[in-house]
Design a protein around this ligand. Sequence first.
Ligand SMILES: [Zn+2]
Length: 435
Amino acid sequence: MEKKTGYHIITYRFRLYCPHKSWLLETKAIYNQALTFYLELLLKKPELTELSSGRQIMRKLELLSVGARGQDKESVEYPLPVEKLPLYFRRAAINDAIRICRSWKNRDFSLEALSEKSNEKDRKALRASPVFYQGMYKDFTNTSISLKLWNGEKWVWEVCDVDTCGRGFPMEGRMLSPVLKLSGNRAMLHVPVKEKVEDTRTVKERLLAGGRICAAAFPCNDCLAVLIVVDKDGRCTRSLFIRDGKELAHRKKQLLNRIRRNRAAMGIGPGKEGFGKGLEEENKHLKEKIRNLTDAYAHKVSRRIVDFCEEEGIQILVVPNYKQSMDLNQMGYLSATSYDWLGRRITQYLRYKAFGRGIVTTSVSTKGIASTCHICGEPVKRFNGENRPGRNYYGGKNFICPNGHRGNSYFNEAVNVGKRFQKEEAALVKGNALE
Ligand SMILES: [Zn+2]
């Protein structure tokens, strides 16, 4: 079967540092002023939304608000109340107004919703983050970008620092217009990138073409991921253990200890009132650091997995479906450290990262993958070193089954993932033959 090419859009999220933070807020405010004006105009002229293309609606809105080229400003029917708004900023705001209007079509969209009287949620849905079209930004590199910002009086070019947050700058693909996201003290730049996908065939189409698969498991203690390559006869031909777990656990523990110390220092008691304000702030910051650290590892591990699949010429990657509800009692101490969450995060990132490189990701049920023997299917006992094997010892690195099969628990888990997929695959291909 021939490969099908296609495109997908992924969003890169960069941290933005602007020397004049207030200008970002001013810019967002003026953007939404224009957006609200166009939303109101669309309400006054509902016939416009009947036009088929967004481009036609935009043309009409522009004629009504700024007039045709060379037209006398006085004769414009609904003059735009925002002076000196750059053309491309206006167009971005109009496009957002059309998008919002369409999404509200079947709801009670009225001037009422735009007014101060409406509830916060509705008003929020009628606001948007500024989109910087071509001409509103320049000199975009992995360390800085120039943005055209409103400083309250006029439009100025401002050079802002960019932090790619360890993810790297999109080297391939076409960068689309960046979006400025402001939340609390933090400014982010979301950059959609349109990338070519060499192979967009489905799992079924790929299976019919034959080939090897890669099965993965995420034990997430000292070992963050195990990969095995399985050929079409079910033989495991290669394996890879990604062991960064200790390092991550260590860095996480350091941060957790600082949080614990701060909490103890903030302890309730005489003379401690009002003392903990700074420490509370610090703890918030530390918790964010833990989140970012875990996230960075999830990105790193998923990148490594995709690289491995590419080196091995893998087209189908099989992962456990962590979206299914897990029996948390069965997870033992793993749940207490929320490591299962890391596995879920890795599989989320894997889906789009792998797809971008022509590898399709599919998932199988997590039921029993860690607790049964991959050779005979009997329940296993797990243990570490000299410890006595036990059924509930879920962290154990080694396993043993009643029939005497033994080995590495993580490897066992990955093989079970691969086996489960091959069982389902047989049904999938068979189903295809019947169609
Ligand atoms: Zn066995």
